[in-house]
Design a protein around this ligand. Structure first.
Ligand SMILES: [Cu+2]
Length: 312
C-alpha cells in the first residue's frame, strides 16, 4: 500500500490538536466533593464502556478470521441457521439489560446524592450551606449574598469546606451555571428557581461560565470564583459591606439591560425589590427591555399567514 504522506501528516496534526485540548479538561481535575463524585462517575462509565468496546472488537476479529473464505472451508464450517437458538437469543437479550443496569444504577444514585448539600469535609467547619442567588442576565452574572447583604457582578467569592447553595434564576433568556472544577451545570430560567449545591475543598481561583448558548454575548458570559478559607472570606465580606456602594433599582435596571459589563460590587442586593426566580419576578426584565430584543430574537409572535406574507 502506498502511504499518502500529506494525509498522514494531516491526521497527526489533527490528533495533536485534539490532545492539546486535554489540559482544559477541568472536569478531570476536581477541587470539591461534587465535582469529584461526578468525575468518578464519568471515569467509571468510560472504563465500563471501554471494556464493552474491547469485547466487541475481539469478538469481531475472531468472527472475521473464523468465518473467512479459505481453502479448507466446507459446507459444514458454517451453520447459518440460528433461528430459534435459545442460548444466543438469551445472551443478546440479557447482556444489554445488564449493561444498562450497571450504567444506570451508579448514575442515578450519584445524581440523587448531589441534590443534598455535600457533607462538610473538615471537622468543625460550618455545615449549613452559604446561600448565593446566581442570576443570569444577558450577558453577565449577578450574585447576591442575602445573609451578608452584598451583591457582586461577574465574580464570586466563596469560603472553602462549606457547601454553597446556589439559587439559580435568570432575568430573561435561559442560561446554565457551570463551574467545571466544582461540579456540573444546572439551568437558570426566568420565573423559576433551581438549586445547585457546590463546594470547594481547596482555595484557588476557578473558572465559571454559562454553558447554555443564549445569543450574541454568550462567549463573554464568564466569571471567576475565588475560593478562600472562611476567615479570608469573612474579611472580604466585611470590607465590601463597609466600602461598596448601595445598589439602587435604577442602577440595577441599567445593569440587566442586554449587554456586557465589568466586575461590580454592591453593599445591598436586588432581592429587596425583585426575585427573578419567582413568578412575580419573571417578566421584570422583559417588560423593560422588550424592544431591544425585537430584532434579534423576534419576541413578536406572528400568525402563520403573516409569516408567509413576510417570506414573499
Ligand atoms: Cu424552567
Amino acid at each position: 500500500m502506498r502511504v499518502n504522506k500529506k494525509g498522514l501528516t494531516l491526521i497527526l496534526v489533527a490528533i495533536l490538536c485534539l490532545l492539546s485540548g486535554c489540559e482544559q479538561m477541568a472536569i478531570f481535575d476536581p477541587k470539591g466533593p461534587v465535582a469529584e463524585s461526578q468525575r468518578n462517575l464519568i471515569v467509571y462509565s468510560l472504563y465500563f464502556m471501554g471494556g464493552i468496546i474491547l469485547v466487541v472488537y475481539v469478538a469481531f476479529t475472531i468472527i472475521v478470521i473464523k468465518y473467512r473464505n479459505h481453502k479448507n472451508r466446507t459446507e459444514e464450517s458454517y451453520d447459518g441457521n440460528m433461528h430459534g437458538n435459545n442460548l444466543i437469543e438469551t445472551i443478546w437479550t440479557v447482556i444489554p439489560i445488564l449493561i444498562v443496569t450497571a450504567l444506570a444504577i451508579p448514575t442515578v444514585t450519584t445524581l440523587f446524592d448531589l441534590e443534598k448539600p455535600p457533607e462538610a469535609s473538615v471537622e468543625n467547619s460550618s455545615k449549613d450551606p452559604l446561600v448565593v442567588y446566581a442570576t443570569s442576565a444577558d450577558w453577565k452574572w449577578i450574585f447576591s449574598y442575602p445573609e451578608e447583604g452584598i451583591e457582586t457582578v461577574n465574580y464570586l467569592h466563596i469560603p472553602t469546606d462549606r457547601p454553597i447553595e446556589f439559587r439559580l434564576s435568570s432575568t430573561g433568556s435561559m442560561a446554565a451555571l457551570w463551574i467545571p472544577q466544582l461540579g456540573g451545570q444546572k439551568y437558570n430560567m426566568a420565573g423559576m428557581e433551581t438549586i445547585l449545591y457546590l463546594q470547594a475543598d481547596e482555595p484557588g481561583v476557578y473558572k465559571g461560565m454559562n454553558s447554555n448558548f443564549n445569543g450574541e454575548g454568550f462567549a463573554e458570559q464568564k466569571f471567576k470564583v475565588h475560593a478562600e478559607d472562611p476567615g479570608a472570606f469573612q474579611d472580604w465580606v466585611k470590607d465590601k459591606k463597609a466600602n461598596a456602594p448601595k445598589l439602587t433599582q435604577k442602577q440595577y435596571d441599567q445593569l440587566i439591560k442586554p449587554g456586557l459589563t465589568d466586575k461590580q460590587t454592591y453593599s445591598s442586593t436586588h432581592l429587596d425589590w425583585v426575585n427573578h426566580g419567582t413568578h412575580a419576578g419573571m417578566d421584570y426584565e422583559i417588560s423593560r427591555f422588550r424592544d431591544l430584543y425585537k430584532e434579534s430574537i423576534g419576541l413578536e409572535r406572528k400568525t402563520v399567514k403573516e409569516s408567509i406574507e413576510n417570506e414573499k
